[in-house]
Design a protein around this ligand. Structure first.
Ligand SMILES: C[S@@+](CC[C@H](N)C(=O)[O-])C[C@H]1O[C@@H](n2cnc3c(N)ncnc32)[C@H](O)[C@@H]1O
Length: 285
């Protein structure tokens, strides 16, 4: 069971939003397991606080569809290793049509993955790729463990950190990017959600108390992701979630509105590593 005061709680909130999308007649994707996770956890644990229920369905549907398209594109281009950092209750291993030879690694906490595996086993879920789940703490020294279970750093990797950065202090986020860079052969990609502006706004609002209680660290990252990622050798494209919501026919909620000009409540980011930078150290600040 996922404790109500752990980061895994927000994985349940995301699954709640994907279950909402799954029930829509015009759904952007089907997630056959989202409802099973909610049923196993119980309504009290899995229903987000009232303040988040308006914004979450459109935001999660938009980012899920966006990163589905990204991963389909990079694997169609030949990448065969996919790593979900803070995988939560993501079911892409089961619901996307992966090219033969694709291995997908799901990295998350032991507590979250134990819950996930139990529910998936009960559902007789069969992955559409070779799937490996790895119980680790992403603030620890995890790369050796990932390579020990099969990741080949000589081959390109598609990394996805969806909803993860809010849990990491800025030093841990920097260390994570350094570790990823060292494991990234040329043609590797990195995709992530980036929302420090929204977290700063939320931290000052009454609803911010919910995030603190489930482990959100409110990292002091800059408002835009490109310079931070460039320092770690990644050439990034940041897409405003509002534009992506509209492109995917989802009405942006008030909470997605810009906090100030030139910023976004949430950037959906895709990045490629330059061949000179792969496996290197980040440049100094
Ligand atoms: C908001 S959820 C997002 C889950 C998933 N990526 C999605 O979008 O559905 C954040 C996830 O990050 C995981 N997480 C947070 N900090 C972590 C850490 N230090 N090590 C491993 N996983 C972590 C949590 O357990 C949780 O499953």
């Amino acid at each position: 069971m996922i404790s109500s005061r752990s980061p895994g709680t927000t994985a349940l909130w995301v699954a709640w939003a994907r279950a909402v999308e799954h029930r829509r007649p015009d759904r952007l994707f089907a997630d056959d397991y989202a409802a099973a996770f909610l049923a196993a956890a119980g309504a009290e644990a899995s229903t987000p606080p009232a303040e988040f229920r308006e914004a979450l369905p459109a935001a999660v549907a938009t980012r899920t569809a966006f990163f589905d398209e990204h991963l389909r594109s990079v694997t169609a281009g030949g990448v065969r290793q996919v790593v979900l950092l803070g995988a939560g209750l993501d079911t892409r291993a089961f619901r996307l049509p992966w090219p033969p030879g694709t291995t997908l690694y799901e990295l998350d906490t032991p507590e979250l993955l134990a819950f996930k595996e139990t529910v998936l086993a009960r559902q007789d879920a069969a992955a559409a790729c070779h799937r490996t789940s790895l119980a680790i703490d992403l603030t620890d020294d995890w790369p050796a463990t990932l390579c020990a279970v099969g990741l080949d750093p000589a081959q390109p990797v598609a990394w996805l950190a969806e909803g993860l950065l809010p849990y990491l202090e800025v030093e841990s986020a920097d260390r994570l990017l350094t570790a990823i860079g060292r494991l990234s052969a040329p043609d590797s990609t990195l995709a992530l959600t980036y929302n420090p502006e929204a977290l700063r706004t939320l931290a000052a609002a009454p609803s911010g108390r919910h995030l603190g209680s489930v482990g959100v660290a409110h990292p002091a990252l800059p408002g835009r992701p490109e310079p931070w990622l460039a320092r770690h050798g990644w050439q990034a494209h940041a897409h405003d979630i509002i534009h992506q919501a509209v492109a995917h026919h989802r009405a942006p909620a008030a909470a997605m509105e810009h906090t100030s000009p030139g910023t976004s409540a949430c950037w959906l980011v895709t990045a490629t590593i330059s061949s000179q930078q792969s496996h290197r150290q980040p440049s100094p600040r």
